[in-house]
Design a protein around this ligand. Structure first.
Ligand code: SF4
Ligand code: SF4
Length: 351
């Protein structure tokens, strides 16, 4: 089953009453109308009505997203008519090296499956309801690390600024890769903030970058969920990576830190259920979004709460697989060091 982008919160929040899109969506999904009307009535992200608003710093974040909005117009482009013969081994290595050269911290490649793509677009009014048919054979997935001390400022503006910076870095890496691949004569499309045709966490999991845990987003072994993801899809022939498992699901069953610290109790505290034939935990996105709309930031408490975000000892991660005693030891150390959760009270001087 493919997810429909029209159902994601970032799409729904923009359906304005008295428009054709609003009428169409809530006629088909009447059960979502009341909660969405309520969410739309709240202040919103980085607006002056929100209590976190500060013109100098919120302005920087808003400006960054405006830049991303301009950048994403270049996600597709013309493919060079001349196709250079390239060795699969060499070009795979080169593509990964270029991503790293431009700032990626993790890179993997997967063969694209239907279920990674949304079925229809929803985020931009002009694209609402368009079927997604762009299906390149491979996905090059990369992650950029977000600075730990900035993320530990969640739910304040420092966290939001760092997240927006992560999107810029991922967006630019994807642009360079896709412009380069098109220059070699193959198709390439950059999937970046506000312009993904696919679900980056599922694609990243298949490319071996990490596993999806309780909070429903990608957890990498080295940086936890403290990353932003970008994907370039292409028909250039590449070697792929394998999915990895470092025992995250077992860790999540004992840990629960994200769910306990979530101010809206949006994250599932129980056992994972079946989602697309895979056992996964479900997050109640409406509850999460209420916090965002009220605070004016993108919260991020769950990301900073995750022990994997706090530079866990990698040798312990190797040992904890199928070993609940090591998991408990890691959590005891976390509790001793951070009590409830890590929290950086300071503000960078320049901010
Ligand atoms: S971003 Fe905040 S409100 Fe949303 S799930 Fe994470 S902790 Fe909960
Ligand atoms: S905080 Fe704990 S339960 Fe939540 S995703 Fe991270 S490891 Fe899993």
């Amino acid at each position: 089953m493919r997810f429909d982008e029209r159902d994601i919160m970032f799409a729904r929040i923009n359906y304005k009453p008295n428009t054709e899109i609003y009428k169409d969506y809530y006629t088909k999904n009447p059960e979502k109308k009341d909660i969405d009307d309520f969410l739309r009535s709240l202040p919103g992200f980085m607006v002056k009505e929100a209590f976190s608003f500060d013109p100098l710093n919120s302005g920087l974040i808003n400006g960054t997203y405006n830049f991303l909005n301009d950048l994403k117009q270049n996600s597709k482009g013309e493919v060079s008519k001349e196709k250079y013969p390239v060795d699969k081994e060499i070009i795979t290595d080169r593509v990964k090296s270029i991503a790293k050269y431009y700032g990626a911290d993790l890179v993997g490649i997967t063969e694209m499956k239907d279920e990674f793509y949304y079925s229809h677009r929803g985020r931009k009014q002009k694209n609402y309801g368009k079927k997604i048919t762009n299906k390149d054979k491979y996905g090059i997935v990369f992650a950029v690390e977000l600075e730990k001390e900035m993320i530990n400022r969640a739910p304040r503006l420092g966290q939001s600024l760092e997240t927006s910076k992560g999107y810029v870095k991922a967006g630019i890496i994807g642009m360079i890769l896709s412009y380069y691949i098109r220059e070699l004569g193959s198709n390439a499309r950059n999937h970046m903030d506000g312009n993904y045709l696919l679900m980056a966490p599922f694609t990243a999991e298949a490319a071996g970058l990490g596993e999806i845990g309780r909070m429903g987003i990608l957890i990498t072994k080295k940086y936890g969920p403290r990353v932003r993801l970008g994907v370039v899809t292409t028909d250039l022939e590449l070697n792929t990576n394998k999915k990895v498992s470092f025992g995250l699901k077992e860790f999540c069953k004992i840990c629960n830190k994200c769910a306990e610290n979530c101010p809206s109790k949006a994250i599932d505290q129980g056992e994972p259920g079946l989602l697309n034939k895979t056992k996964r935990w479900k997050t109640e996105v409406e509850k999460c979004f209420k916090v965002w709309q009220m605070s004016g930031t993108d919260c991020g408490i769950c990301i900073s709460s995750c022990p994997f975000s706090q530079n866990l000892d990698l040798s312990k991660i190797e040992r904890m697989k199928d070993n609940p005693e090591v998991i408990k030891e890691v959590l005891r150390e976390y509790n001793k060091k951070y009590k409830k959760r890590p929290y950086n009270e300071s503000i960078d001087e320049w901010m």
